[in-house]
Each structure stands twice: as C-alpha cells, then as structure tokens.
Design a protein around this ligand. Structure first.
Ligand SMILES: Cc1cc2nc3c(=O)[nH]c(=O)nc-3n(C[C@H](O)[C@H](O)[C@H](O)COP(=O)(O)OP(=O)(O)OC[C@H]3O[C@@H](n4cnc5c(N)ncnc54)[C@H](O)[C@@H]3O)c2cc1C
Length: 468
C-alpha cells in the first residue's frame, strides 16, 4: 500500500461501486493519487457481490445516463453492448401498459435503453476505469476489503478517512487514518456521512424523503424455446387503483429478469410459488402468460428500501471543505423510474466539468462541484417525487401547490404520452434525462396535454411498430 503524506493532491473515494468508479474518472488529471476504499473484495468473474445488494434486481441504463457515462469514459456503451447488454429503444422495444391501455410502439429511436445485469454493468465500467484508458495518468489504487468507518478533520475541513480492514488478518478491526486533500463519499444508499459529519462537530445535512412504500421481488428466467421468447421487453407499472406492477426484460446471455413490485399492502412475495401467482394479479395478464414459456433459473430476491431520499449537501454550510458526496450517498430514487445510475453518472460528469472549467481544485471549487451534483439530480428528483406523490400517505411529507400541480399535470401527460407522438417524445426526453423538465411545459406539449380529450391506449400489447 502507498504511503499517504497528506501533501500534494491526494484523493480518497469511499466506495468502489458505479459512482465511485465514475468519480475516479472525474478526478483523473486533477489529483496525483486516488485511493478507492471498497469494503468488498471484487469477484474474479462478473458476479454479484454483497456490497451492492440491489444488483440482483432489474437495472436499465437510460439514454441520459449512457451519454454521461460515454462522455466520462468514451466507448463504455459499446463495451456494455459487447458484453451482452440488450439495447431497447423506447417506446418501440419496451411494451408498456399504462393505466389507460397499452402504449403505441412508435419507431422513434431517440432513446436506446441498456438492459444488462448489474454485476456485468459494474464490472465493465470498473475494468475500464482501472485499466486507465480513460484519461490522463493519475495513480489509482484500490484498497479492497477495507471499510471506511469515519472521517478525520473537524467541522470545517475533512482531512482524511478512518478505515478498517475487513480481511481476517491482524489489522482487522483496528481503525487507522488515511490522510487526503479531498474525500469523495460514493458509498451508496447506506452512506454514513451525516453521522460522520456530526462526529466532527458539524451538522447533518437537511434531508427530504418521499416514500411510496414500494417493494421489489426479482427472479431470473430463461425462455424454454428462444424462438418463443418475446422479441421485446414488457413493462406494466402499477398505478394507484392497481398498485402492483411487473417488468420483464432481456439481459445478457439469453436470460430475462422479471421484477415484480407493489406498494404497501401489495408487496410482492419472495416465496417462489407465490411469486408466480402474484404476477397474475398485476394490471394485465400478458407478463403472467409469458412465464408459461420460460423456466426460472434463480431464486427470488426481495428489496424494500426504495424511498426517494435526498440529502442537501449542496446548500451553503452543509458540508465541510474537502468533502464531496456523489451518487446514492446524496440522492436515491424510487427504482421504478430507472434513474439512479444515470444521476450518479450525470453527477460525476458535473464534477469533471466543474474541475475542468476551474482549471483544478482551487478555493471554492468543491462547493461549486457539490452544487453541480445537486443540479444534476434535480430533474430526476422532481419527476420521481411528482409521480410518487399519489402513493404517499399521512403527514410524513406535505406537498406544496407546485408539487400537487406537477403530480396532476404529470398524470395527464403520461396518459397522453402513451398515444401521442409529440407528447410522448417530450415525456421520454425528460424521463430519460436528456432534457430538462421545462421541455414538458413547451406550448405545444402543454396544449396537447391539457386541451386534447383523454383517449384510451391500445387494448392489447401491440405487435406492430408504427413509423415515428
Ligand atoms: C431495487 C433497485 C433497482 C434499481 N434499478 C435501477 C435502474 O433500473 N436504473 C438505474 O439507473 N438505477 C436503478 N437503481 C439505482 C441504482 O442501484 C443506484 O443508483 C446505483 O447503484 C448508485 O451507485 P452508487 O455507486 O452510488 O452506489 P452502489 O452501487 O450501492 O455502490 C456503493 C459501493 O460502496 C461500497 N461501500 C459502502 N459502504 C462502504 C464503506 N463504509 N466503506 C467502503 N466501501 C463502502 C459498497 O460495497 C459498494 O461497492 C435501482 C436501485 C434499487 C434499490
């Protein structure tokens, strides 16, 4: 392991997951050494590891996230496709049942979505980052099986990370301090930065939560006969009157992932027999019928912590100098909207752009970078929270007039988007994170959404593709 002197430009990234790896890419060229502290040992092959428990579940990388990843690490989308990721163009290749009927299959081809298991996605990105083919040389080392257990410094400035080895050697259990000029917390949804800042005498950041109470259960399938497999993915999200949903998508290796979901009182079971039965109770029988032509090839895995949670580190005084917080550590989303990885990538890109524009890590640059991370998360936060509001009960969160209007408008717009090319294109631009939410308020989208009569979607999953 390298000697850390604390002099020069030394960065530590806590968490060697997706956001951590993209943080390395963003910092490359701006620091001399980057040490990634990762509590897991990476598996030799591209398989599941415990530190990313959500990796068992269906993960789609939206077009906005792909663009950000490719700007940070050019060629990654092609590498993912070469690793077997399936490209699903929206809305053509993801048959979607909305509350009012099936969405029309316009051959729009503006939003390719990547469908791949999460261990493969993470491994492809990690291999590319650690191979160092993504930018100017900065020394990067990874301390695997090493857990961050605290921050060093004081309420004004973070000066390092307290770490503990998780290997069964003599040093396991004893914390030591790794000094650093810059610390990035990319430790995911379980981030302990609020507690660690409090231990340094600082304040915990302001936190907002909007919890729809959704739970996931996921199982991998293999079509019995590849000719009988559907050619495209299927998405039947829940809606307030039928709060159970399913998404069934192809991934690498000829397998398919089925994720069932449901809000409070409708959580999908993890028992194998009940799991299949639950798929018959969602808003449409199509997915259940497809399962008759596939065999399960994995157990069922559940996941319950799906809350939208945002920690406002970008607000003045919310964070000590020398610290950045990125990815799920700062903002998590209800996973049905498929946004988290893309927002992590957009945040990392925002950091890189900020450092590039400032010409490096000068005074005030980290605060600017944290604000840029906050701005990168804003559109996804607004849409996820606006769409989730109808599921949130009680006084835990109070929606203001603006947010109630957003919810009403989004509901109407989503229904129109299922059948209308113009509104649909705007809807996808925003939900795929390639355009700001203001795109939903342009005059022609607004007028079509508010004035045109509500019409049902298609009665059956559409077989035919319609020209864009
Ligand atoms: C059920 C589910 C489904 C989802 N589906 C989608 C989807 O379809 N599309 C999408 O874009 N997003 C989806 N997401 C969100 C996505 O999983 C996250 O946004 C993404 O993983 C964030 O990356 P991250 O690197 O911030 O965190 P993680 O991927 O969770 O990585 C955190 C890393 O930090 C390490 N770590 C944690 N604590 C420490 C510590 N103290 N010391 C050292 N290392 C530590 C962990 O081992 C891990 O390697 C989903 C989330 C869930 C829960």
């Amino acid at each position: 392991m390298a000697e850390h002197t604390g002099r020069g430009r030394t960065a530590i990234v806590i968490g060697g997951g997706l956001a951590g790896m993209l943080a390395v890419t963003a910092l490359r060229g701006h620091v001399e050494t980057i040490t990634v502290v990762e509590r897991d040992r990476y598996p030799a092959d591209r398989t599941f590891r415990k530190g990313v428990p959500q990796a068992r579940h269906l993960h789609l990388l939206l077009s906005g996230g792909q663009r950000a990843v490719d700007r940070l690490l050019p060629g990654t989308v092609a590498a993912l496709t070469a690793a077997g990721a399936r490209r699903l163009y929206l809305p053509r290749d993801l048959l979607t049942r909305t509350p009012t009927g099936w969405q029309r299959r316009f051959d729009e081809r503006r939003h390719p979505t990547l469908s791949v298991t999460r261990p493969v996605l993470d491994a492809v990105v990690r291999e590319r980052v650690l191979r160092g083919d993504a930018g100017p040389a900065t020394r990067v080392e990874v301390l695997e099986a090493t857990e961050a257990v605290g921050l060093a410094g004081d309420a004004r400035r973070v000066t390092g990370v307290k770490v503990r080895s998780r290997d069964g050697d003599r040093s396991a259990g004893t914390a030591r301090v790794l000094p650093a000029d810059l610390v990035v917390d990319a430790s995911g949804r379980g981030s302990r930065t609020p507690r660690w800042c409090a231990e340094l005498g600082g304040r915990a950041p302001q936190e907002e939560t909007v919890d729809s109470g959704l739970a996931y259960a996921t199982r991998m399938y293999r079509p019995l006969d590849q000719d009988g497999a559907p050619e495209v993915g299927v998405n039947v999200p829940g809606w307030p009157e039928c709060p159970r949903g399913a998404a069934y998508v192809p991934v690498e290796g000829g397998n398919w992932l089925l994720t069932l979901s449901g809000v409070r009182g409708h959580h999908p079971p993890t028992d194998e027999t009940e799991f299949a039965a639950f798929s018959a109770t969602i808003g449409d029988p199509y997915v259940h019928e497809l399962l008759a032509r596939a065999e399960p090839v994995s157990p069922v895995h559940g996941f319950r912590d799906t809350c939208n949670r945002r920690r406002h580190y970008e607000r003045p005084g919310a964070i000590p100098d020398g610290l950045l917080v990125l990815g799920d550590a700062t903002c998590t989303f209800n996973p049905v909207y498929g946004q988290g990885m893309s927002v992590a990538a957009l945040g990392a890109l925002a950091v890189r752009d900020t450092l590039d524009a400032a010409g490096g890590l000068g005074p005030g640059v980290l605060a600017r970078a944290q604000r840029a991370i906050g701005r990168a998360a804003e559109p996804a936060w607004m849409t996820a929270v606006g769409a989730d509001r109808p599921y949130v009960g009680g006084a835990a969160t109070t929606a203001g007039l603006g947010e109630r209007l957003t919810t009403w408008y989004l509901g109407r717009l989503a229904a129109r988007a299922a059948i209308d090319r113009v509104v649909g294109a705007a809807f996808r631009d925003v939900f795929c994170l390639t355009a700001p939410p203001s795109r939903l308020m342009t005059p022609h989208v607004l007028l079509r959404t508010v004035l045109l009569p509500r019409r049902p979607g298609l009665p059956h999953p559409p077989a035919a593709v319609e020209a864009a």
